[in-house]
Design a protein around this ligand. Structure first.
Ligand SMILES: Nc1ncnc2c1ncn2[C@@H]1O[C@H](COP(=O)(O)OP(=O)(O)OP(=O)(O)O)[C@@H](O)[C@H]1O
Length: 310
């Protein structure tokens, strides 16, 4: 489809340590349309960061496929990934950790251009100064070092660095959760403005439901490495279907993930395997996982929605 920028199909990423194999991302399928923001919510450890990193091929997936702008990138080696590294950028949670204290802000901003061999020294400097202006920082920030800035300003520098290559796709991983609440809204508004101005497509990861609601067009819910529900934000917040989404939205304490939710019985739909989880289509744009749904909560009849496998 023309308007698709990112497509992930049955994507899995596992980590192995002495205690065994951890399925951080397990059979996730999703599409991200050009210009949209797809929010990803879920509690700590549900696999949000791993999903983002696997989609941008910082991790090699165990299974599944990833397409970016119509091309499959699942198995590309580092050399072949280079052009995509330019088009896919990440904004990190903690600018204190992700930006080097030894470099000047100018050097921090110009580094991605230098690595990608873009422009002359003068052109790189002009671009860096232009980005400072775009993110609302004074020109003289260029010579200064990162410790001279507040948390909100540091995140503005992080955003400038991510956007200086004019990427098509940005993964923002908890971009405001390390910031004071008072500056969170400013940074979120800056991101929104830049997204519109630069026509960016965004995967926005956060455990904060109100932040995700503010930023996203559609929202995906992760639980134990699975994508369990995905819908336009108004639909998801108004009419959550999966019991886990319901409990997230209503602040009911969520069941202990280690216990694998013993009271969520799988829904049995004939002739389909229950594992890995199947996303089923409910209504037009609402998807929900079929294998962790309690049939009583699903209320297929009462919601009068068509359910079909996708
Ligand atoms: N590099 C790694 N090596 C081993 N295990 C990892 C690694 N990265 C993540 N994991 C494990 O994978 C699971 C998912 O982690 P991930 O960071 O993706 O979750 P998350 O939803 O982003 O959580 P958080 O909000 O705490 O970052 C966790 O159990 C985590 O311990």
């Amino acid at each position: 489809m023309d308007n698709l920028l990112v497509r992930a199909q049955n994507l899995s990423k596992y980590f192995t340590d002495s205690s065994g194999v951890h399925k951080a991302v397990d059979g996730v399928s999703l599409n991200i349309h050009k210009g949209e923001t797809l929010g990803v919510v879920g509690e700590s450890g549900s696999g949000k960061t791993t999903l983002g990193r696997t989609i941008m091929r910082l991790y090699k997936p165990e299974h599944g496929q990833i397409w970016f702008d119509g091309k499959e990138i699942t198995k590309l080696n580092d050399g072949k990934l280079r052009p995509y590294r330019r088009e896919i950028q990440m904004i990190f949670q903690n600018p204190y950790e992700s930006l080097s204290p030894r470099l000047t802000v100018g050097e921090i901003l110009e580094e991605p251009l230098y690595i990608q061999k873009i422009g002359t020294k003068k052109e790189r400097m002009d671009k860096a100064l232009g980005m400072l202006e775009k993110v609302g920082l004074p020109r003289n920030s260029y010579q200064r070092k990162i410790h001279e800035f507040s948390g909100g300003q540091r995140q503005r520098i992080g955003i400038a660095r991510a956007l200086i290559l004019e990427p098509k796709f940005v993964i923002a991983d908890e971009p405001v959760s390390a910031l004071d609440v008072s500056v969170q809204a400013q940074v979120l508004n800056l991101l929104k403005d830049l997204q519109a101005e630069m026509n960016l497509t965004c995967l926005f990861i956060s455990h904060d439901l109100s932040v995700v609601h503010y930023m996203s067009d559609r929202v995906a819910v992760m639980y134990l490495g699975h994508l369990i529900e995905l819908a336009p934000k108004e639909e998801l917040y108004r009419n959550p279907i999966h019991p886990y989404t319901k409990s997230l939205l209503s602040s009911i304490p969520v069941p202990d993930p280690e216990r694998r939710n013993p009271y969520w019985e799988p829904i049995i739909l004939p002739e389909k395997p229950l594992y890995p989880p199947q996303l089923v289509h409910v209504g037009n744009e609402h998807y929900v996982s079929a294998n962790m749904i309690n049939i009583k909560d699903f209320e297929i009849e009462s919601t009068k929605k068509q359910v079909s496998y996708i």
